[in-house]
Ligand binder design. Structure first.
Ligand SMILES: Nc1nc2c(c(=O)[nH]1)N[C@H]1C(S)=C(S)[C@@H](COP(=O)(O)OP(=O)(O)OC[C@H]3O[C@@H](n4cnc5c(N)ncnc54)[C@H](O)[C@@H]3O)O[C@H]1N2
Ligand code: MOO
Length: 411
């Protein structure tokens, strides 16, 4: 549902210079703007030769990378050549310097092994022809894609703009610094959500801490021009849980109002009215920012982040949906009677012929972050639980796995 909502509008396209395009999604396929290589190139330092040897050469003369075209090589002659230099017309092979003997006195080049026509020449167009598709639309621009694009002649890339996300942290009990005291606790979600959403490709503003103030929340939602607003806390029905009443007052459409998952069951997805679409003034469904309401319990918030915010952002940014993958779980994992559980797990390589698997981590309560901080992903545990040796679906975390310090966290 979240992925479909994100894909509902046509993705916009902007052109960004290479040094600003990293992490964006390609809005169009990249076709080569040139043949690669764009000329017949020497693959080695050595000699360009024409015809069978031995070959006559001129002492001192040589071809270097970065120079213009050389004159054609007459049959029976050789010229020194550097790796990356243009191979002169009529060259039949390149001989590596260590495989040749140059008799400088006589100006003759001899070879110590058979020469195969075309050896150590990278022919023009070996990697691609001009116009050939190199990278499909929807690809994430990685450092390697940037390198390929530069090699193929690009100065700028057509990309989907990063989705813009505003983060609003709700709760009067939250401290931005220092130790917990007098019933006040540290805000664990503000510091976590910005970097996490950036790792998902978003441009993030905030977090803004609004306390438990319905008016401030309503003002912030009305003023936002983001693609997505992420709120934390206030999703339940407690005395100061303002998210539902404020969404109602703003005429927002609730697309997801609670999910049968633990932790995280009060998570919600809504769409606000656009600024020119105040309630009653315009017909039709809301067209303003999306809102993902994350529950206040920190691991419950992670659950909503992975299952609502991540697919929604992927849809807005034009990223293809991740293929779900499954892994064997080592250990019985208890389930909730009727809801799905998300449980932090780490990947483990199979030892002594055993298969690779995941192991569940302790400290997986809704208010705890100790398990997820050590985890590689969240295992999706069906209602009723799973037995050791069962395959479970894994929701990945958007950073590199494998930390050596999970000891003590295993169940
Ligand atoms: N009567 C019921 N009460 C609750 C239910 C329920 O089904 N019936 N569900 C519980 C579950 S599960 C969750 S999760 C929470 C969700 O509540 P809210 O989204 O309204 O969150 P808050 O009440 O504001 O906070 C819950 C909890 O999390 C702490 N918190 C909040 N924000 C942060 C933060 N930024 N960093 C760290 N900790 C945070 C807050 O202090 C509370 O302890 O509702 C249950 N109640
Ligand atoms: O499901 Mo709550 O969302 O347990 O923490």
């Amino acid at each position: 549902m979240a992925a479909r909502a994100g894909r509902a509008g046509p993705p916009a396209t902007i052109r960004l210079p290479l040094d600003r395009a990293l992490g964006h999604v390609l809005a169009e396929a990249l076709g080569a703007l040139t043949d690669l290589p764009s000329f017949d190139t020497s693959a080695m330092d050595g000699w360009a030769v024409a015809g069978p040897g031995p070959w006559a050469f001129e002492t001192g003369a040589g071809l270097l990378a970065g120079r213009g075209p050389a004159a054609a090589l007459p049959d029976g002659t050789a010229v020194r050549i550097a790796t990356g230099a243009r191979v002169p017309p009529d060259t039949t092979a390149v001989i590596r310097s260590e495989h040749a003997h140059a008799d400088e006195d006589k100006g003759m080049l001899h070879v110590r092994r058979p020469v195969v026509t075309g050896q150590d020449i990278r022919p023009r167009g070996q990697e691609c022809r001009s116009g050939e598709q190199l990278v499909p639309a929807g690809t994430i621009v990685t450092p390697a894609v940037l390198g390929l694009a530069a090699a193929a002649g690009y100065d700028a890339l057509p990309v989907v703009p990063r989705p813009r996300v505003d983060i609003l942290v709700l709760g009067d009990e939250l401290l931005a610094a220092g130790l917990p005291h007098d019933g006040l606790i540290r805000d664990a979600l503000g510091p976590m959500l910005g970097p996490w959403l950036r790792a998902l490709g978003a441009e993030v503003s905030g977090p803004r801490r609004l306390g438990d103030d319905a008016g401030a929340l309503q003002d912030a939602l009305t003023a936002s021009d983001a693609d997505l607003i992420v709120t934390t806390g206030g999703t339940a029905a407690g005395p100061v849980d303002h998210v539902h009443p404020v969404l109602d007052a703003l005429g927002a459409e609730l697309l997801v109002d609670g999910v049968a998952v633990r932790p995280g069951h009060p998570m919600l997805l809504a769409r606000l009215r656009a600024s020119g679409q105040a309630e009653g003034q315009a017909e039709g469904p809301p067209e303003g920012p999306y809102l993902v309401g994350l529950p206040g319990n920190p691991l419950a918030a992670v659950s909503g982040l992975l299952t609502l915010a991540e697919p929604l952002l992927a849809g807005i940014a034009g990223r293809p949906a991740q293929d779900p993958y499954r892994a064997l779980v080592h250990a019985d994992v208890p389930g909730h009677p009727h809801d799905t559980r998300l449980v932090p797990v780490v990947h483990r390589a199979g030892r002594a012929g055993g298969r690779d698997h995941v192991a569940p981590l302790r400290y997986n309560g809704p208010a705890m972050l100790r398990g997820i901080a050590a985890a590689d992903g969240l295992a999706v545990v069906e209602p009723g639980g799973v037995r050791s040796g069962t395959e479970v679906e894994i929701l990945d975390l958007p950073w590199a796995p494998a930390t050596p310090w999970t000891e003590g966290c295993f169940t």
